[in-house]
Ligand binder design. Structure first.
Ligand SMILES: NC(=O)c1ccc[n+]([C@@H]2O[C@H](COP(=O)([O-])OP(=O)(O)OC[C@H]3O[C@@H](n4cnc5c(N)ncnc54)[C@H](O)[C@@H]3O)[C@@H](O)[C@H]2O)c1
Ligand SMILES: [Zn+2]
Length: 354
């Protein structure tokens, strides 16, 4: 299945090796493939044979901790010393960290190389590879440096999910859940019925759910690629989610992006109830479901202030106010919402208690 999304072509394939071969046939410039330690081991052999001399591999360290400008420099260094020019292509084979970082490295090297994403985590398949956001973290601020830049193609192949651990499957599931919250209760119920535990997972149905999730995001991005309005609905769960993610980034219990977003959605549902009348019964059912799937983060009232400070640095803020997307109901997201510090603390309080 192929459809166009903004300037990227999205291909759902069950044989991405063939897609790579097709690219090699037509691409006249040099081709580079970026992997991290894990995708080098688990994913690269699935698409390129070891004796392929035409594609040069660059490998970076895995994980959010390495999503910073020094790693981008390593990629630039490799491209530079291997003669990359404006006709070169960078293929990003990995999760959201690698797609964000590789997309940014390609978009800034010699003012921009073409790049292709082959997302290998569930999260990057349903979210990070789609929509043209690239970037890296700066100090403790998430995605503080970056640019909008669309990959030539996104190739989504479920084969990569076979080696992904349960924690990362759950992380992607959180973004699928976010898409369902903003698209409607039917989608939310459909997801709830799906067995997300890896050993019991039905891959055929998962592909349909991935496609639908990408469609939800794709439609929104198409209408508002640069996030001047509507696209902000995709930030549901992220204002508080990013604060949780940054909060745990330097600790020993670092949490996945998706898990942080799930916690963020729970607190933002409380705010949705308080500010926009999201129904109480739906609130408690949803938070209970989120708790069952994702557990709860460890934080205490003395941490509220730290979390709040992290939120005040969020890019989504305008005129010094913390910006949220909240829900009036399933399928009725409202962007550009704000909340007072006390209301946010009250959200944390209720979340800790329930
Ligand atoms: N650009 C966007 O629109 C957007 C949207 C959502 C999230 N993001 C970003 O995505 C990042 C999170 O992405 P992620 O959760 O994919 O993290 P990730 O890229 O760190 O991948 C998670 C882990 O899985 C490993 N891995 C990747 N594919 C594998 C495979 N097939 N088998 C085994 N291991 C594999 C990675 O090496 C890593 O250790 C965050 O930095 C977030 O900010 C960006
Ligand atoms: Zn996200």
């Amino acid at each position: 299945m192929i459809y166009s999304q903004s300037e990227s072509e999205i291909i759902f394939s069950s044989n991405s090796a063939i897609e790579i071969a097709k690219i090699q046939e037509v691409w006249s410039g040099k081709i580079f493939i970026l992997t991290d330690e894990n995708t080098l081991r688990y994913c690269l052999p699935k698409i390129i044979s070891a004796d392929n001399q035409q594609i040069k591999n660059i490998t970076i360290k895995a994980g959010e901790k390495f999503k910073h400008i020094q790693t981008v420099e390593e990629v630039w260094e490799f491209l530079n010393s291997n003669g990359a020019d404006r006709k070169s292509l960078l293929i990003n084979l990995g999760g959201g960290v690698l797609c964000d970082l590789g997309g940014f490295a390609a978009s800034t090297f010699k003012r921009g190389l073409d790049f292709i994403h082959i997302p290998t985590t569930l999260l990057s398949q349903v979210d990070a590879s789609v929509g043209g956001k690239t970037g890296v973290n700066f100090k403790s601020f998430k995605n503080e440096i970056g640019c909008f830049s669309f990959p030539r193609k996104v190739i989504i192949d479920p084969i990569f999910l076979e080696t992904l651990d349960n924690e990362n499957i759950l992380s992607g599931y959180a973004e699928m859940l976010k898409h369902a919250f903003i698209s409607g209760q039917d989608d939310y119920k459909k997801l709830q019925k799906f067995e997300m535990t890896k050993s019991k997972m039905d891959y055929a149905s998962l592909i349909d759910l991935i496609k639908h999730s990408v469609e939800i995001k794709g439609k929104i991005v198409l209408e508002d690629p640069m996030e001047t309005g509507l696209r902000k609905v995709l930030n549901f769960g992220h204002t508080i989610g990013h604060a949780f993610e940054s909060f745990y980034l330097d600790s020993t219990n670092e949490i996945s992006h998706g898990k942080a977003v799930a916690y963020g959605m729970a607190v933002e549902l409380y705010l949705s109830h308080k500010k926009l009348g999201f129904q109480k019964n739906k609130l408690y059912e949803s938070v209970k479901y989120i708790n069952t799937i994702f557990g709860k983060p460890y934080f205490k009232p003395s941490d509220y202030e730290v979390l709040y400070n992290l939120m005040t640095h969020d890019k989504k803020n305008e005129s010094a106010q913390i910006n949220f997307t909240l829900l009036k109901d399933f399928g009725h997201p409202v962007y550009d919402q704000t909340a007072k510090k006390e209301e946010i603390f009250e959200g944390f309080e209720l979340y800790l208690k329930n």
